[in-house]
Design a protein around this ligand. Structure first.
Ligand code: DX5
Ligand code: ZN
Length: 219
């Protein structure tokens, strides 16, 4: 039994009704709001950026969890801080000097996460795990909401759990992509602490209840 953090992903919200969707999140058991930034280079899609994040994080009472699917994230980390980011996750595959990037995020008093694409092994985090607050295991190829959960991810979550426990790291494990009410329990059982959910939450006829049900996956 453990306390699961649910992080609805704004990517699946209705952008013509953002206030409504943020009020829903504020009134739910979600602890975080997941904000996906895509640059059309690191991933084959473009999402939203600074102006949206600044206003949304103002209106939202939850932790602003920013997932950067962009090249050269160092160039923008201070701007995301100004926009209200509290957790910033960068991709291992996008950072040549990952340790420096993590230090930069910490120097601005934010939590730092590292994301791994489906084909990137967990062991690539061996030499950074002690320095980070979060490991984000991608359970789809990043770039789009509404994709199918890649089953191999379960094994990677278990490997991340083992790495964290063995090294005494306090990093949380976040899982992102294709999470639904059917697979959430197995994902938490494998070791996940944070469940990101876009379409499952925002396509639900009762999103507040769906968030509560995702949180129950830890019970
Ligand atoms: C995918 C994004 C995800 C996405 C998840 O690149 O990182 O956060 O919004 O959406 P669902 O839950 O619909 O798979
Ligand atoms: Zn994401």
């Amino acid at each position: 039994k453990k306390e699961v953090i649910v992080a609805p992903s704004l990517l699946a919200a209705n952008f013509l009704q953002l206030q409504h969707d943020i009020d829903m999140v504020n009134n739910s058991e979600a602890a975080w709001l997941h904000l996906d930034v895509m640059d059309g280079r690191f991933v084959p899609n473009i999402s939203y950026g600074m102006p949206i994040i600044a206003q949304v994080s103002q209106a939202c009472t939850k932790v602003a969890d920013v997932h950067l699917m962009i090249e050269q994230p160092d160039l923008y980390i201070a701007d995301f801080k100004k926009a209200g980011a509290q957790v910033i996750t960068v991709h291992q595959e996008a950072c040549t000097h990952l340790h420096r990037t993590i230090q930069l995020i910490h120097s601005l008093d934010m939590k730092a996460g590292v994301a791994l694409n489906p084909a990137t092994p967990v062991h690539t985090l061996e030499d950074i795990i002690a320095d980070i607050d979060l490991v984000l295991i991608m359970s789809v190829n990043p770039g789009f909401g509404g994709q199918k959960f890649i089953q191999h991810t379960i094994k990677k979550i278990m490997q991340a759990r083992e790495l964290i426990d063995r090294t005494g790291s306090r990093a949380l494990i976040e899982v992102d992509g294709g999470i639904n009410l059917e697979n959430a329990h197995a994902i938490v059982q494998a070791g996940a602490d944070v469940l990101v959910a876009g379409s499952t939450v925002f396509a639900s006829s009762n999103p507040v209840q769906t968030i509560a049900q995702l949180k129950q996956a830890g019970k």
